[in-house]
Design a protein around this ligand. Structure first.
Ligand code: ASP
Length: 303
């Protein structure tokens, strides 16, 4: 049984296969030619224990575009509130025989724990600060669509590297694929240990943006900080992206953000509205073919 628990467990060839399949579905969606019956008769169970706008909705779209039914479970109205253990909740769902489970959880390694206890593929929709594999895949797809390849690309990631699972999964994916990754953050948002080797660290935005083809902004994840010491105004002054600061990057640089993005904290209002430069909408749109690829490959045993 194959799962998608993190980018860390994938080889470069696995990542390439997911991206090729995602592009196949992106093309199919564009010309309305995809096979809408790929997952007919399957039931996908979504278990999100943390808030989500993009990921949950786009998994729902992806499953439905392929003909699957989706059951979206809400932990707040569940028996967990009656004291049922997480393990027994998972045992209960497994007895219903879903065809795939997508889980988001604040606990480190929760998707792996579930994968060890169920008879269907498990997909990590984001766990703790650790991994958000489908976000990294859809980001990579956008980079590949823009620049043709990931190898040799200069990617600068600005912001909360310490607490962001998106930063972590992107760092792991991009280094595996031969991109040059730089992270730019104030000390308090820089992790002691990087999730991959060979990442260059910067505290100065100008130095970190030099020659960047991709500039990715990452929201200060205040909900994960014990003490919030980030002042939004000071953050915007030193690390917020504006047209002026973007001049330090390569001329062709695109700006990305996994969302939710904070205007005039991470990114200036006018730049946020420039869809040619800030490719957030492309990232969101790519979420659907990417998750179609993941569901198809795992449920139909093609991974
Ligand atoms: N939506 C992403 C996540 O779930 C990024 C974020 O919240 O900043 O990790």
């Amino acid at each position: 049984m194959k799962h998608l628990l993190g980018i860390d467990e994938l080889s470069a060839a696995d990542i390439e296969r997911y991206l090729d399949r995602a592009q196949f579905y992106a093309d199919g969606l564009a010309d309305e030619s995809w096979d809408r019956k790929t997952l007919v008769g399957k039931i996908v169970l979504i278990l999100f224990f943390e808030p989500s706008t993009r990921t949950l909705t786009s998994f729902d779209f992806a499953a439905k575009r392929l003909g699957a039914h989706v059951v979206n479970w809400n932990p707040e109205t569940s028996s967990l509130s009656k004291g049922e253990s997480f393990m027994d909740t998972i045992r209960t769902f497994n007895a219903m025989e879903p065809d795939a489970i997508i889980i988001r959880h604040s606990e480190y390694g929760a998707p792996k724990f579930v994968a060890g206890r169920v008879n269907c593929p498990v997909i990590n929709g984001g766990d703790s600060w650790r991994e958000h594999p489908t976000q990294a895949l859809l980001d990579a797809l956008a980079m590949r669509q823009t620049f043709g390849a990931l190898k040799g690309l200069n990617v600068s990631i600005i912001g909360d590297i310490a607490h962001s699972r998106v930063a972590a999964s992107n760092i792991v994916l991009l280094t595996k694929m031969g991109a040059n990754v730089r992270v730019i953050a104030p000390d308090m948002l820089m992790p002691e240990k990087m999730p991959a080797q060979g990442v260059e660290k910067f505290s100065d935005l100008e130095a970190g943006l030099k020659d960047a083809n991709v500039v990715m902004t990452i929201r200060p994840q205040k909900e994960r900080m014990d003490h919030v010491l980030i002042d939004d105004t000071a953050y915007f002054r030193d690390y917020g992206l504006t047209y002026d600061k973007l001049e330090w990057a390569s001329k062709d640089a695109i700006v990305m953000d996994p969302g939710p993005f904070l205007r005039n904290v991470q990114i200036a209002e006018d730049l946020a509205d420039d869809k040619g430069r800030f490719v957030y909408d492309t990232q969101v749109a790519n979420g659907i073919p990417t998750r179609m690829a993941v569901l198809d490959m795992l449920i139909n045993g093609k991974a």
